[in-house]
Design a protein around this ligand. Sequence first.
Ligand code: DX5
Ligand code: ZN
Length: 216
Amino acid sequence: MRIKVAPSILSADFSNLADELKKIERAGADLVHVDVMDGHFVPNITIGPVVVKYLRKATRLALDTHLMIENPAKYIDAFVKAGSDMITVHIETVTLKNLAAIARKLKNKKVKLGISLNPATPLERIKKALPLVDFVLVMSVNPGFGGQEFMPSALNKIRSLRDIFKKDIAVDGGINDFTGAEARKAGANVLAAGSYIFGAKDTKKAINSLRMTPRA
Ligand code: DX5
Ligand code: ZN
């Protein structure tokens, strides 16, 4: 499967988002990972639809909006209207019935739906959701902050998921060239990375390094 790299703008310079988007666009990013946090589901607050609306104007890249919020159904319309191409919700925040309604709505709007699960949430929890979604986002850190260390327990989860799920598997949290290679080996094909990409001197080199195995 083609490897896609999704820089997370959580680690970007928020006073300069348009330039940061241009930078990752020129460096070959495949999509933009947009971390939305509400201070309830996670212990941090980031951005909402108003910022997504301006990100939309500033880039041609697809926007994947990662909703780390309680009651995501309430905000789906606003994020679609703002220009999200993909929306990821957490299994911890929805019932299957909720999710089915969100899936129907997004299908009508031609927006892709992803389901994410926290490190402590077993794979079993998302099994019934798999037929409803276009991709899965496996968290390899506890959501809330950029710059945390990759949790290797994500690898087994990715491996087991790859056996039963043929669409995109994304991994999010603590991704760098080494952990990225491990995640790819386990079966992930979309790598979200914040601090590794935005903290790099050479953005293009950092993005490319996530597509290939580092030399030992
Ligand atoms: C964590 C966010 C991640 C985060 C990744 O709550 O969902 O997307 O920005 O940042 P790094 O790559 O620095 O771990
Ligand atoms: Zn994220």
